[in-house]
Design a protein around this ligand. Structure first.
Ligand SMILES: N[C@@H](CCC(=O)N[C@@H](CS)C(=O)NCC(=O)O)C(=O)O
Length: 241
């Protein structure tokens, strides 16, 4: 069954499509972003679309991953993961590639700076986002205590946040680098607090300020889920403990 429609700061989110839902009319020229409303990777692309003011140009299609429609893998995106973007007659995926693609192929504010030093740091940060995610999730999914790797990964981003002093974000000003990390930080902050009694921002003033400032950005806050809902879903579906 398709889940009920959600609303997010003025935007009515379409109901998530399930196994018995019809697919949208594919390749009719409409640009569609296929997401699951609870997925941190899909959320990266969703935040990027919101930041660039592309609500009209990029239609959201919610996919219910607990009741995934067969047509999603068969007709839309053979890897079967979200996010994916239907644009210009093709479908592409991988969140870290998609955020760059959306930034460079659509109208709206540029989400990467011109400054070469900042650009290079953005590339480094985006390239590290996968390893960061793994370092933070693996103690939870393998149900072990905090590891040195986890602490080191958090310390690394705390240090990265001090590289540019013209603002609280990774490159000083808000950019794609922030979008690469914030959806993961949103979740691990909740999980570590509840499951390891560990506050990721405690003793990390840059990270604390960063989270505070990110929570002022509507294009992001519109995409957030209830913390306890995220915790419950992760316990059930990722078996984190
Ligand atoms: N590396 C991919 C990961 C995407 C991913 O794993 N998404 C999950 C949901 S959070 C998914 O689609 N899983 C497939 C499924 O549950 O059927 C990306 O960054 O886009």
């Amino acid at each position: 069954m398709a889940a009920a429609a959600r609303s997010s700061a003025g935007e009515v989110l379409p109901p998530a499509l399930g196994a018995v839902s019809e697919p949208p009319p594919l390749f009719d020229g409409t640009t569609r972003l296929y997401i699951c409303y609870f997925c941190p990777f899909a959320q990266r692309a969703w935040v990027t679309r919101n930041c660039k003011g592309l609500r009209e140009e990029i239609k959201l299609v919610g996919i219910d991953l607990q009741d995934k429609p067969a047509w999603y893998k068969e007709k839309v995106y053979p890897r079967g993961t979200v996010p994916s973007l239907e644009h210009d007659g093709k479908v592409t995926g991988e969140s870290l590639d998609l955020i760059k693609y959306i930034d460079s192929n659509f109208e709206g504010p540029a989400l990467l700076p011109q400054d070469p030093a900042k650009r290079q740091f953005a590339d480094e940060l985006i390239a590290y986002a996968g390893a960061f995610t793994k370092a933070l999730y693996s103690p939870l999914t393998s149900q072990v205590d905090m590891s040195d790797d986890t602490v080191a990964a958090l310390d690394k981003i705390e240090a990265a946040l001090s590289k540019f002093s013209d603002g609280p974000f990774f490159l000083g000003q808000f950019s794609l680098a922030d979008i690469a990390y914030v959806t993961i930080l949103e979740r691990v902050q909740i999980y570590y607090s509840h499951l390891r009694n560990y506050e990721i921002a405690k003793g990390r003033p840059n990270l604390e300020k960063y989270i505070e400032e990110m929570n002022k950005i509507e294009a992001y806050t519109q995409t957030k889920n209830e913390p306890l809902n995220l915790l419950d879903m992760a316990k059930r579906h990722l078996k984190i403990a």
